[in-house]
Write a protein that binds this ligand. Structure first.
Ligand SMILES: [Ca+2]
Length: 364
């Protein structure tokens, strides 16, 4: 009897494994270009039938603006996806207006926010209604088998979802959590490493997620050192723009805007990360840039669909990639770079073709 039950379990597990992965994305799209790069890769993979994106939820400081950006991008890809807009402030810092004020001050070029600017039909003043991010997360787990959560942003709203209903995270539906960020092992225990932006911005949220979920769900971490090994250059963004898809053109605009603002905000870090350590002209920082983006978020997506590109370090049920300068976690940086470019161009080209067909149908 026992043997029979265990073979049924194995059979059920196998059945579940062949189900197409469903993806829920947690994003702070707007600030950096790499969230849009990740959404473009997901579009390519979805188009190829490898996965299905079932939800995109936003978080951090200007979640509704990020929601509007996500809505436009998914619409331009011709997809109807559940969207959510979440928290402005990190956990425990609700209502600290000074924090939001500082964020808004630090994310401006010539006194105007650049987030979303350059995206067709985008206005920072449109009224928009969204469901709450943590509710969309909980619903997605309840409704979809073989679901993966992709955390490409601070963990505030994931922590809220966990605190709201820890039980649902034990569901067989949830197959894994992929995190763009770093973790370290101390006394045999996995803990969040604030060396990563997404972790540092809301360390309390990260601690809650680690404490409540790390014993029950496999985490995969894509650390910054992996992303540093495959920088995206000006000519790569030119190729995205050349696909003639509006998101391709937005990628180019926002990569430049994001870097200009970064150079003003943190000139020293900018110089080290994007200009080989040399002095940068603050009036034209792009001139000195060696590249336009480190593909943190797109690499996190590929860690699920193309694990062969990475060196997977196991820590119990968890997987760590690129946790130190010495170990980038990337098998071959050129192959990772080529895969990112190829996927993005394939996603944008297919979406561009669909947009054109739709226009022809409407007006032709
Ligand atoms: Ca992000």
């Amino acid at each position: 009897m026992l043997k029979c039950l265990s073979s049924i379990t194995v059979f059920l597990q196998k059945e579940r494994k062949v189900k197409k992965p469903k993806i829920l994305v947690i994003t702070d799209v707007g600030r950096d270009v790499d969230d849009v790069l990740a959404l473009s890769i997901l579009e390519a993979l979805q188009n190829a039938g490898m996965l299905e994106v079932v939800g995109v939820v936003t978080t951090h400081m200007i979640p509704e603006i990020r929601g509007r950006i996500s809505r436009l991008i998914t619409q331009m890809f011709g997809r109807k996806i559940a969207l959510g807009s979440g928290s402005t402030y990190p956990l425990g810092r609700e209502g600290e207006q000074e924090l939001l004020h500082q964020y808004l001050e630090e994310h401006k070029i010539r006194n105007h926010s650049y987030e979303g600017i350059g995206l067709e039909k985008f206005s920072q003043h449109t009224f928009a209604v969204f469901r709450k991010s943590h509710e969309v997360i909980l619903n997605a787990i309840a409704e979809h088998e073989n679901i993966y959560i992709m955390v490409l942003a601070p963990m505030t709203d994931l922590a809220k979802a966990v605190l709201h209903n820890t039980q649902i995270f034990k569901s067989d539906n949830l197959s894994g959590v992929f995190i763009q960020g770093n973790a370290k092992v101390e006394d045999g225990k996995l803990i969040p490493d604030p060396v990563a932006y997404n972790i540092a911005e809301d360390i309390w949220a990260a601690e809650i997620v680690f404490e409540k979920l790390s014993g029950i769900i496999p985490f995969t971490f894509l650390g910054k050192w992996a992303a540093y090994s495959a920088p995206l250059k000006e000519e790569d963004f030119q190729r995205f723009a050349d696909t003639d898809h509006p998101v391709g053109r937005y990628l180019q605009t926002t990569a430049r805007n994001g870097l200009k603002c970064f150079a003003l905000r943190l000139p020293k870090v900018y110089s080290n990360l994007y200009a080989g350590g040399k002095d940068v002209d603050p009036r034209d920082p792009i001139k000195d840039a060696t590249h336009l983006s480190n593909p943190y978020d797109p690499s996190t997506i590929l860690a699920l669909t193309h694990p062969e590109l990475f060196i997977l370090e196991k820590e119990g049920i968890h997987t760590l990639i690129g946790m130190s300068k010495e170990e980038s976690g990337v098998v071959n940086p050129e192959t990772l770079h080529a895969t990112i470019i190829e996927q993005i161009i394939s996603g944008l080209t297919a979406a561009s073709r669909r947009l054109k067909q739709e226009k022809d149908r409407k007006y032709g």
